[in-house]
Design a protein. Structure first.
Lengths: 64, 196
């Protein structure tokens, strides 16, 4: 079985990990309650999507 | 080895997937609306819609076909007597999937899948009728045009098609007479004839 010949240096480890970046969440504005909401999803604050209400989508402050 | 066409199977194997989907379909027809993961909702949709099609057919054979998936007779009865009449006007699109936020715990993307039971809106019904009328009229007109021998516009259309398509000997013979006014067409035809 192939195994690493050398220990990976701190420098290499860190330079590899420096590229792990978080992306900002893509958000749009809900047309009904004008709160930020993910696109193509029922709004988590008012539960509306394309004129229909989905109670299952609603999230309280603690659940979000 | 058969490869699953829509990504890995749900559950641990084909039988497990069948059981999972059957359970989801049963719940969907019982409650009209269920909350599940997005992947399961997407896999459930084609199965559920096929079952609704059987329900619309409504005969004993269709009922037995549905009973092979949905084992609960009361649910099947509800599907055939309550759900199917609501879908009579609809041609497919019996379910609606709406994404909701991720689940707490494993952050799985969740969705609501529901039966679309509200009647087709009057506006949409009118639009559909108008569209089908237009289509019928167009079909009639096309038939009439084809009946007319050597109609001028039809000939032009054929000439352009000849340029695009692979040139068969019969078309090459026809082409020069029809293409007379079109300069480009003749130029295009020349090398084709040379190669033939």
């Amino acid at each position: 079985m192939a195994v690493p010949k050398r220990k990976t240096s701190r420098s290499n480890t860190r330079s590899r990990r420096a590229n792990w970046k978080a992306l900002p969440a893509v958000l749009t504005t809900c047309p009904r309650c004008s709160k930020p909401t993910p696109p193509h999803q029922a709004c988590p604050s008012c539960g509306m999507y394309k004129g229909r209400h989905f109670a299952e989508a609603e999230r309280t402050e603690h659940q979000a | 080895m058969p490869t699953p066409s829509k990504g890995p199977r749900l559950g641990g194997g084909p039988a497990h997937e069948r059981l999972l989907l059957a359970g989801l379909a049963t719940s969907l027809f019982e409650h009209d609306r269920i909350t599940t993961t997005e992947a399961k909702a997407k896999r459930l949709r084609p199965l559920a819609e096929r079952l609704v099609t059987f329900a619309k057919r409504g005969d004993l054979h269709a009922r037995r076909r549905v009973l092979t998936v949905v084992r609960d007779k009361s649910v099947v009865h509800r599907l055939f007597t309550e759900v199917a009449p609501d879908m009579a006007q609809r041609e497919g699109g019996y379910t609606r999937i709406v994404k909701i936020g991720p689940r707490k715990g494993d952050n799985a993307p969740m969705a609501v899948i529901e039966l679309v039971r509200e009647p087709l809106s009057a506006k949409k019904a009118t639009v559909k009728e108008a569209e089908s009328a237009t289509r019928r009229a167009a079909a009639d007109k096309k038939k009439a045009d084809e009946a007319k021998p050597a109609a001028a516009p039809a000939a032009e259309v054929e000439a352009t098609e000849v340029d695009d398509a692979t040139v068969t000997p019969a078309e090459v013979q026809d082409a020069p007479t029809q293409d007379a006014p079109v300069q480009d067409a003749e130029v295009d035809d020349a090398p084709a004839k040379a190669t033939d």
